[in-house]
Design a protein around this ligand. Structure first.
Ligand SMILES: NC(=O)c1ccc[n+]([C@@H]2O[C@H](COP(=O)([O-])OP(=O)(O)OC[C@H]3O[C@@H](n4cnc5c(N)ncnc54)[C@H](OP(=O)(O)O)[C@@H]3O)[C@@H](O)[C@H]2O)c1
Length: 331
């Protein structure tokens, strides 16, 4: 059996990734922390590894002991009010891993890095209105900038066979941020931001994890894939699909001007500081909501990996909402 190390295994994407890797008969090592919630990692074939990404010597000993065939570096920080934290977790930790792999001469057949479309930023900054590999990256958040820094480092390391995966918005059961939109629509409010609709793209978590593993096991190296379900949705049609999946006939439609959303994001973030939480609507999030288009080039995903999404947004939303209802997240 070939050994695969999956970091960030306790997170939303990580849990599905572990499940998919087990289905492919890989020997799965799930990298977690002492504080991680392991409630979705119950399969007794999973081998847990506690990794401190700040300790390069400890990383080297783990790599020497296990000599992984594949590594999927999926751990990442997606939400924090502290800019430096993004760069530490999303870029420095990747550097530490890669350095430890090279120094311990345990470089895997493939090192897959889960980056994000956010590393390139929205499509309106590109001259074709489509984010492609050749576009000049224009991240609009510190999260995106930290992912871009990690990508640039990885690409500079000739010793590593890498694949970079750049998912657009990922949704599915257990996801917590987009869930706040479903929750609001379930309460009867459909909200859109800005005077005109955004062009949005999505990927269902189950399709994303199959792409990640297909790309990891594929012999092509030093490639990057933007990952969506190959469709473009307007913010209005997104809300409508959610409302229909929730089984609601009507809702109150609210179109908020950008300056108001900026103020709300600012207030929510400051209020969160007082309570020690970080809200789904925050200052960085507003930059993403303000962007007009998240359309990306998925040609090589189809050509190299023969990708055909099993879930379009309607199917994925129906499955997700059924899960949220079954687990009483939605009443
Ligand atoms: N969800 C999306 O829409 C989306 C879109 C594009 C790209 N991505 C990328 O996909 C990956 C997975 O995202 P997700 O949505 O599954 O996020 P998530 O649910 O927040 O999971 C993040 C994972 O990373 C781990 N992690 C975070 N900070 C860490 C640290 N300091 N040290 C060690 N581990 C740490 C978490 O461990 P704990 O459980 O211990 O906290 C968790 O396992 C991330 O790299 C993210 O940037 C996500």
């Amino acid at each position: 059996m070939q050994k695969i190390l999956i970091t960030g295994a306790s997170g939303f994407v990580g849990g599905f990734l572990v499940e998919e890797a087990l289905k492919k008969d890989l020997e799965v090592y799930a990298a977690v922390r002492k504080s991680s919630n392991l409630q979705y990692l119950t399969d007794n074939r999973i081998k847990f590894i506690y990794i401190d990404f700040e300790d390069t010597d400890a990383l080297k000993s783990i790599f020497l002991e296990h000599r992984f065939e594949y590594i999927v570096h999926n751990a990442g920080l997606t939400k924090t009010p502290i800019k430096e934290q993004y760069f530490k977790v999303n870029a420095d930790y990747l550097e530490n891993m890669v350095e430890a792999l090279i120094e311990s001469k345990t470089v895997p057949s493939k090192f897959t890095f889960i980056s994000s479309l956010a590393a390139y930023g929205p499509a309106e900054h590109t001259h074709k209105g489509l984010v492609t590999e050749d576009s000049i990256p224009h991240p609009v958040t510190n999260y995106g900038r930290s992912k871009l820094q990690a990508e640039r480092y990885l690409k500079s390391k000739q010793e590593i066979n890498y694949t970079i995966i750049r998912p657009t918005a990922v949704y599915g059961p257990r996801e917590k941020d987009l869930f706040t939109v479903y929750d609001l629509i379930n309460k009867g409010i459909e909200m859109t931001v800005g005077l005109t609709d955004q062009k949005l793209t999505f990927i269902y978590v189950r399709d994303l994890v199959s792409v990640i593993l297909d790309a990891t096991l594929d012999c092509r190296k030093n490639v990057a894939y933007f990952v969506s379900d190959l469709e473009i949705y307007s913010s209005t049609s997104y809300n409508e699909l959610i409302r229909k999946s929730l089984g609601r006939k009507r809702s109150f439609k609210l179109r908020l001007p950008i300056p108001l959303v900026k103020t709300l994001g600012f207030i929510a973030e400051k209020a969160g500081k007082l309570t020690g939480s970080y809200p789904a609507l925050n200052i960085e999030k507003v930059n993403e909501l303000e962007a007009k288009s998240w359309v990306c080039d998925t040609k090589n995903l189809v050509n190299d990996l023969n990708f055909k999404p099993r879930y379009k947004l309607k199917d994925g939303l129906e499955e997700s909402i059924a899960w949220y209802k079954e687990h009483n997240w939605l009443k």
